[in-house]
Design a protein around this ligand. Structure first.
Ligand code: ADP
Length: 450
C-alpha cells in the first residue's frame, strides 16, 4: 500500500480523500492555492504545499507545480478527486512517468471515455445500448441537416469534449439547426478548447440513471447498483438517490449485467460511472466518468463500501477480494448538494461563514470543509457541503432528510438548503415519478409564486 498520497484537489472531496487515507494509515499531502491556505483539508493533512494563485489554471490545473509538490514531499501516489485534472489523460501519464501512482484508470481508458464520440462507439461495440445519434462528429451545416433528418427532430447538439452540461443545444426543427450548431460549437470551443460536436436524439422525458462500477487490475469487475440523478438544473445534478424510485428489479439486473460485462471487456481499472438515460423501459448510454463522482456517498450508504478506500486498494494492485454476490444493498439513500448560491436565482453567493453546525444522528453524514469563520472563495465551484441521509425505506430516508436539513446551520452566506426543503416536501418528488425536466419546472413554478 502507498505510504503518502498527494491530494490534487480542494474542498469537501480533498477532505473525503484525506479521511480514507487516514483510516488506512496513509500520510497525506494537501496542495492549495493562496486563497485556500486556511481550508480544512490543508489543516488536517500531514503536509501541505502552496502551488499557486487562486486562478485554477495556475494552481489546481498546474501540472508542473503539482508534480513538483509530489516530488518534494516524497508522495508515492496522487489522488485527483473529481473535476480539475481527474479526467486528464495527459496528467495521468505524466504522473506515472514520474514513478508516482495515479489513483485512477489507465491513461488510455481516460482518453477513450473523454471523447464522447469515441466513448459511445466503444460502448456500442461492447454491447451497451447508446442514444441514437450521428455516429461521429458533425462540423458543417449540410452534415448536420442530413444527420438530424435521419435521427428525427428534436435533436441535441453536444460537445465531444463535454462536461458540466456546457456546449449543449437543442434544435426542435431544421430552422433552429444552424444557430444551435453555431452556439454549441462556440460554447464548446470556449469551454474545452475543442469545438467538436455531435448530434443525439433529444429524449423528452428520460430519467438520468447511472451505474457505479468498480474494477481491479486483475479482471474482477462488480457493480454497486445505480444512482438516480434526474434532479438537475441546467444539466447539473442537485440531488441524487439510490435505489432509483423509477427502476424495476428486472431492468436493473439487465442493465447492471450488461455494463459489468462491457467494463470487463474494456479492461478497465478503478471506479467508474456509466451514465445512462432511461425512458419507456429503454436505457441509452450517454457517457462514462472515469473518476470518483460527487454523488458517490449515496452508493457508500446503501452498500457500506468505502469507494475511496477501494480506489486506493486497486491502484496499489490489490484484488477486490469479493464477488458480486457478496455485495448487499440495504435501504435507501439521498444526497443533497448544498451550494453557496441564492436558492431562487442560483447566483453564486461566496462569503464568510458566520456560523456552522452540521446535522447528526443515525444515518446522517455531512461531507464539508466548512467551519465558522471560513471564507468561501469566489474562485471555484459553489458546492460547499453534501448532506447524505440513509434510511431503511425511502420514506424513512425522506423524513430523516427533512429533519437533518432543519438542523443544519450555515450562517453568513445564502445556500440552496431552502430549495432542497421545498423539493422534498413536494408531492411530485415524494411519489418518485420525476424525470430530468421536473426540477426546472418546479423552480419556474416557485418563481412564479405557484
Ligand atoms: P455533461 O458531460 O456535460 O454532463 P452528459 O452527456 O452527461 O453531459 O449529459 C448531461 C445531462 O444532459 C443529462 O443528465 C441529461 O439531463 C441531459 N442530456 C444529455 N443527453 C441528452 C439527450 N440525448 N436527450 C435529453 N437530455 C439529454
Amino acid at each position: 500500500m502507498f505510504e503518502k498520497v498527494l491530494i490534487a484537489n480542494r474542498g469537501e472531496i480533498a477532505l473525503r480523500i484525506h479521511r480514507a487515507c487516514r483510516e488506512m494509515g496513509i500520510k497525506t499531502v494537501a496542495i492549495h492555492s493562496t486563497v485556500d491556505a486556511d481550508a480544512m483539508h490543508v489543516r488536517l493533512a500531514d503536509e501541505s504545499v502552496c502551488i499557486g494563485p487562486p486562478a485554477a489554471q495556475h494552481s489546481y490545473l498546474n501540472i508542473p507545480a503539482i508534480i513538483s509538490a509530489a516530488e518534494i514531499t516524497g508522495a508515492d501516489a496522487i489522488h485527483p478527486g473529481y473535476g480539475f485534472l481527474s479526467e486528464n489523460a495527459r496528467f495521468a501519464s505524466i504522473v506515472e512517468e514520474h514513478g508516482i501512482a495515479f489513483i485512477g484508470p489507465k491513461p488510455e481508458h481516460i482518453r477513450a471515455m473523454g471523447d464522447k464520440v469515441v466513448a459511445k462507439a466503444t460502448m456500442k461495440k461492447l454491447g451497451v445500448p447508446v442514444t441514437p445519434g450521428s455516429d461521429g462528429p458533425v462540423s458543417d451545416s449540410f452534415t448536420a441537416r442530413r444527420e438530424a433528418e435521419r435521427i428525427g427532430y428534436p435533436v441535441l447538439i453536444k460537445a465531444a469534449a463535454g462536461g458540466g452540461g456546457r456546449g449543449m443545444r437543442v434544435a426542435r426543427a431544421v430552422s433552429e439547426l444552424d444557430s444551435a450548431l453555431a452556439q454549441a460549437r462556440a460554447e464548446a470551443g470556449g469551454a474545452f478548447g475543442d469545438d467538436t460536436v455531435y448530434l443525439e436524439k433529444y429524449l423528452d422525458r428520460p430519467r438520468h440513471i447511472e451505474i457505479q462500477i468498480l474494477a481491479d487490475s486483475h479482471g474482477a469487475v462488480v457493480h454497486l447498483g445505480e444512482r438516480d440523478c434526474s434532479l438537475q438544473r441546467r444539466h447539473q445534478k442537485i440531488l441524487e438517490e439510490s435505489p432509483s424510485p423509477g427502476l424495476n428489479a428486472g431492468d436493473r439486473a439487465k442493465i447492471c449485467g450488461r455494463v459489468v460485462e462491457a467494463i470487463r471487456q474494456f479492461g478497465y481499472r478503478g471506479v467508474g460511472t456509466v451514465e445512462m438515460l432511461y425512458q419507456d423501459g429503454q436505457f441509452y448510454f450517454i457517457e462514462m466518468n472515469t473518476r470518483l463522482q460527487v454523488e458517490h456517498p449515496v452508493t457508500e450508504a446503501v452498500t457500506g463500501i468505502d469507494l475511496v478506500r477501494e480506489q486506493l486498494r486497486v491502484a496499489a494492485g490489490e484484488t477486490l477480494g469479493y464477488r458480486q454476490e457478496d455485495i448487499a444493498f440495504q435501504g435507501h439513500a439521498i444526497e443533497c448538494r448544498v451550494n453557496a448560491e441564492n436558492p431562487e436565482t442560483f447566483a453564486p453567493a461566496p462569503g464568510r461563514i458566520a456560523e456552522f453546525h452540521a446535522p447528526g444522528g443515525l444515518g446522517v453524514r455531512m461531507d464539508s470543509g466548512l467551519y465558522s469563520g471560513y471564507r468561501v472563495p469566489p474562485n471555484y465551484d459553489s458546492l460547499i457541503a453534501k448532506l447524505i441521509v440513509h434510511g431503511r425505506t425511502r420514506n424513512e430516508c425522506l423524513m430523516r432528510l427533512k429533519r437533518a436539513l432543519e438542523e443544519t446551520v450555515i450562517g453568513g452566506v445564502l445556500t440552496t438548503i431552502p430549495l432542497h426543503q421545498a423539493v422534498i416536501a413536494d408531492p411530485g418528488f415524494i411519489d418518485g415519478a420525476y424525470d430530468i425536466r421536473w426540477l426546472e419546472s418546479f423552480v419556474a413554478r416557485r418563481r412564479d409564486g405557484g
